[in-house]
Design a binder for this molecule. Structure first.
Ligand SMILES: Cc1ncc(C[n+]2csc(CCOP(=O)(O)OP(=O)(O)O)c2C)c(N)n1
Ligand SMILES: [Mg+2]
Length: 382
């Protein structure tokens, strides 16, 4: 009996069909069982811990400023999820990142300074997006952090476009796209993943499953518990794991990025996580079952997990940790002072960055550009 017959008549028939490559998953290569990263060192882990502590403290101070009405508008905190962005950043330093609106931590993990994030939250001119974007629209071209998006799922097709551009230009870079469990039900999400797989784009789609979409728990929004299974219907490689331990995230995201970078196609990851705060600053999160938050804080806080590993396995001392925390505190206080001293944006700049410079010079009082076909052709030729 050959291998095809052993799997039963239906499968044997599919094997023989001229469309079998489509019916099966087209022979996806497995994910590597080890990444190209070297083993983590004491110094590296200490650095990752510092980065997580910095993100947390920046957000704690942002929450305080928000309650003082110094920060206005929406503000979604990443507290509890820091290990995801910080671990993922290790193997994707030169790559493109895009995220949803809970993105202060992603921007900082990618290299945006605490100053630029805080000033953006304050809506000031020295913010990452010149104070015009606010909490949900941090953008940092220098560090290839391509935003911050408020429309749920809408950035997933954009990330596929970025991955397409990276492949087209032969950059060897990968596009990482972060979104929530709620976003994984969006039509735009499926459409983007279908094309990404068809074109074998160098992308890693990361669903940060924190079990809530606003106040709706996962079991009331999805018949699937493992959101990575979405990839099966698309024929995409996938992986799923808990993301509370920064070291584990570092390794598993690196494997996915290695796979995508090598030209094997995109990967969908589900990283299980948990947000300690409500959906946004205006949400007291009373919908959670009693004791749930306390249990996550006790057993699954990324900072606590890494702290334990640093002290127990790497011999990091109290004095070292105190110095680290003092440095974080000083950096955050400096970021707040910087934001408060930064001027508010000039209203004349309101429309200045809506379009790419070569397509428009539109400012207040100027004529809107005309997007006629001859004008665009002339622009391309010139
Ligand atoms: C297209 C669209 N629909 C609805 C909303 C309102 N909304 C904002 S956040 C959100 C929940 C998204 O949850 P999830 O994707 O799990 O991300 P999380 O907030 O947990 O990080 C919803 C429904 C929106 N911003 N955009
Ligand atoms: Mg969620």
């Amino acid at each position: 009996m050959d291998a095809a017959t052993q799997r039963g008549p239906a499968q044997a028939e599919a094997q023989a069909s001229p469309h079998s490559a489509v019916h099966t998953q087209g022979g996806l290569l497995p994910l590597p069982t080890q990444s190209s990263l070297p083993a983590i060192t004491r110094d590296e882990l200490l650095g990752l811990y510092r980065q997580m502590a910095l993100i947390r403290r920046v957000e704690e101070l942002a929450a305080k400023a928000y309650t003082q009405r110094k920060i206005l508008g929406f503000c979604h905190l990443y507290i509890g999820q820091e290990s995801v962005a910080v671990g993922a950043a290790v193997a994707t330093k030169g790559d493109y990142w895009m995220a949803a609106y809970r993105e202060h931590g992603h921007a900082m993990a990618k290299g945006t300074s605490a100053r630029a994030v805080m000033a953006e939250l304050y809506g000031r001119r020295d913010g990452a997006s010149r104070g015009l974007g606010g909490s949900m629209h941090i953008f940092d071209r220098e560090h290839d952090f391509l935003g911050g998006y408020g429309i749920v799922g809408a950035h997933v097709p954009l990330a596929a476009g970025v991955a397409f551009a990276a492949k087209y230009r032969g950059e060897g870079r990968v596009a990482l796209c972060y979104f929530g469990d709620g976003a994984a039900h969006q039509g735009a999400f499926f459409e983007a993943l279908c094309l990404a797989q068809l074109y074998k784009l160098p992308a890693v789609f990361i669903c940060e499953n924190n079990f809530y979409a606003m106040g709706t728990p996962l079991h009331r929004q999805s018949a699937l518990a493992d959101m990575s299974l979405r990839a099966d219907g698309i024929g995409m490689q996938r992986d799923a794991f808990e993301g509370f331990d920064v070291e584990l995230v570092r390794e598993r995201v690196a494997r996915a990025a290695d796979y995508a970078r090598a030209g094997n196609g995109p990967v969908m990851l589900e990283i299980v996580t948990y947000r300690h705060r409500g959906h946004s600053m205006s949400d007291p999160a009373k919908y959670r079952p009693a004791g749930e938050l306390e249990q996550y804080k006790e057993e699954s806080d990324p900072l606590k997990i890494t702290l334990r590993r640093l002290t127990e396995d790497f011999g990091v001392t109290e004095a070292e940790l105190e110095a680290l925390q003092a440095g974080v505190e000083a950096e955050c206080e400096d970021a707040v002072a910087f934001a408060e001293a930064s001027p508010i944006p000039d209203p004349a700049d309101l429309y200045r960055y809506t379009y790419a410079p070569q397509q428009t010079t539109m400012g207040v009082g100027e004529a809107a550009p005309t997007f006629t076909i001859p004008a665009l052709r002339a622009q391309k030729e010139g």
